[in-house]
Write a protein that binds this ligand. Structure first.
Ligand code: TMP
Length: 208
């Protein structure tokens, strides 16, 4: 099973993913946690280029291709082999981030992005995507307070982040059976409880 987490910056994905993975391992599932951009050595090198605030001159097309290059390596080297070994793969971001940030955020053609993504992934998509919803104002504030890495995308104007959030909500509307929307503005334990409920239902359904 392939589970992805999506959401605006500062939605608490990383914390929630680790709590979910721990819970699944307690239930004797084999779980691997990974992230994008990154997830492989080559992907981590690409991540550094993408997120370096000094790279403000990066062309939008170059940006898409770099995220996609990281993803291609990730699918080939980590996600597919781990899925074939029967593990649950949980990724902190995947292709929907490209549609939300580069598509809705930057205004690039969604159909072209879908084609590039299909090429990069060989058509591999998640079975379940949890969308951690929070307003950009609250998300960015959390990142500032949390002392997280402040990347090139965080530095975008607030209206960019609003377009990203609207983009995610549009993606949910287009494919509601794959997505679960979680209100991430609540305390960590409440958000985790909602996530476990969705995961539990999905795993039960998967086994049936
Ligand atoms: P994060 O690791 O803190 O979530 O940061 C990843 C950043 O990269 C985040 O701002 C979203 C952005 N991003 C894209 O713009 N497109 C993509 O395809 C991916 C995977 C991430």
């Amino acid at each position: 099973m392939f589970i992805t987490f999506e959401g605006p910056d500062g939605s608490g994905k990383t914390t929630q993913i680790h709590l979910l993975a721990r819970w699944l391992r307690e239930k004797n599932y084999q779980v691997v946690v990974t992230r994008e951009p990154g997830g492989t050595e080559i992907g981590d090198q690409i991540r550094r280029v993408l997120h370096d605030p000094r790279n403000s001159a990066m062309d939008y097309r170059a940006e898409i291709l770099l995220y996609s290059a990281s993803r291609a390596q990730h699918v080939a080297q980590r996600i597919r082999p781990d899925m074939e070994a029967g593990k649950i793969v949980i990724s902190d971001r995947y292709a929907d981030s490209t549609l939300a940030y580069q598509g809705y955020g930057r205004g690039l053609d969604l159909e072209i992005l879908r084609l590039i993504t299909a090429f990069a992934t060989g058509g591999l998509g998640p079975d379940l995507t949890l969308y951690l919803d929070i307003t950009p104002e609250e998300g960015l504030q959390r990142r500032r307070l949390g002392g997280d890495e402040w990347n090139r995308l965080d530095a975008e104007a607030l209206d960019f982040h609003h377009r990203v959030r609207m983009g995610y909500l549009a993606l949910v509307d287009q494919e509601p059976e794959r997505w679960a929307v979680i209100d991430a503005a609540r305390p960590v334990e409440d958000v985790q409880a909602a996530i476990r409920k969705v995961a539990q239902a999905r795993l039960t359904w998967d086994r049936a």
